[in-house]
Design a protein around this ligand. Structure first.
Ligand code: PLP
Length: 364
């Protein structure tokens, strides 16, 4: 054995952009009222849970999953009414799909463009796949700044443009007409991320047949299945066939395929829960409007962004009272003093409002 061997350290071996990254922060939420991560607060009805238990009991987990997930894809196709000319790619969560898209185009100097503030994984994934990242600021009221996006596309020629619709963390839907203009001017692919479609009554899936460079991505996470890890991308057969080559063969597990397919057959149950959350969003918004010094933003998603004075202090006071939300104060200049709360059960929403009122009192 050689004793002169120099042992590698992370600093000596890793790419600089990896060393510079901060891991996606997931705070400890044990015992808290958890309103930080846009999860659906509801469990499934007992009878459906028992059906799932039986499915899992009989599942052949000694075998690899169906690599094509044919049945699951057929169910998704039926539920969203996808035309035959379009195809579906499945991911282990939609985060994996963002990564796969980036890997597919990451030639030296390839650029991923998004708007800011938006979903932080667009930037993170661009960085760790070696892509250039460009973030075009939204306007003060969180709308797309079309001239700025067009100019940035002209200048950087992005391979990928990501638009979250509705947008996370601001909650608004961008103007579909403006998105259409971006798609028409884009030199590469435009991916519309519909993670929150169930709370929005809006989708750009109908536009897919008009624009070959448009892809639409969805996830089951915000619909009540965050724990399953399943997302999908829809687009033309030509694009999906190429992207399929980068998908790891068994990325969607046997259990995920079985359970997701079962739940799609009970899509009405999930939609009912989403309807409840939409109603409670109205309640929560109105209560926030009524709290002194709080300015909530209208949301088409299952969360509400709001501005307060002393956001860091309020966030910590809420935490002391057992309520965990998301602090966005330092996330972007347009988000100064902003916090984001996920719509929970009516009881959780009450607990949050109560804790918020108490917290604000502390500093007035
Ligand atoms: C939550 C979220 C995702 C990621 O969802 P997963 O399927 O859980 O990976 C993607 N895009 C946006 C905008 C999100 O908010």
């Amino acid at each position: 054995m050689s004793s002169t061997n120099i042992v590698a350290t992370p600093e000596s071996l890793l790419r600089q952009e990896v060393l510079d990254l901060k891991a996606y922060p997931v705070p400890n939420s044990a015992g808290m009222v958890k309103l930080d991560a846009m999860e659906n607060p509801y469990l499934l009805p007992q009878s459906l849970r028992e059906e799932i238990a039986r499915l899992v009991a009989d599942a052949a987990i000694n075998r690899y999953p169906d690599a094509d997930a044919q049945q699951l894809k057929a169910s998704i196709r039926a539920v969203i009414g996808l035309p035959q000319s379009l195809d579906i790619l499945l991911g282990n969560g939609s985060d994996e799909i963002i990564q796969l898209l980036a890997l597919a185009v990451a030639k030296p100097d390839a650029t991923l463009l998004s708007v800011e503030p938006s979903f932080v994984m667009y930037r993170m994934i661009a960085t760790f796949t070696g892509m250039q990242y460009v973030g075009v600021p939204l306007t003060e009221d969180f709308a797309l700044n079309l001239p700025a996006v067009l100019a940035a596309m002209q200048h950087h020629r992005p391979a990928l443009v990501f638009l979250s619709y509705p947008n996370n963390p601001t909650g608004n839907l961008f103007d579909a007409e403006v998105i259409a203009q971006i798609i028409e001017a884009a030199p590469g692919l435009v991916i519309v991320d519909e993670a929150y479609y169930a709370f929005a009554n809006a989708s750009l899936i109908p536009m897919l047949t008009c624009y070959p460079n448009l892809l639409v991505m969805r996830t089951f996470s915000k619909l009540g299945m965050a724990g399953l890890r399943l997302g999908f991308l829809v687009g033309s057969k030509a694009w999906i066939a190429q992207l399929e080559k980068l998908r790891l063969p068994y990325n969607v597990s046997v259990l995920t395929q079985l359970v997701a397919e079962k739940l799609l057959r009970h899509h009405d149950v999930l939609l009912l829960q989403s309807e409840q959350i939409k109603q409670d969003r109205v309640w929560l918004y109105e209560r926030l409007v009524g709290v002194a010094d709080v300015r909530p933003y209208v949301s088409n998603a299952n969360f509400i962004l709001f501005r307060v004075m002393h956001a860091d202090k309020i966030f910590n006071e809420l935490k002391k009272r057992g309520v965990l939300i998301k602090n966005l104060n330092k996330a972007h200049p347009l988000l100064v003093d902003c916090l984001r709360v996920t719509v929970g059960t009516p009881l959780e929403n009450e607990q949050f409002i109560q804790a918020l009122q108490e917290s604000i009192h502390q500093f007035n």
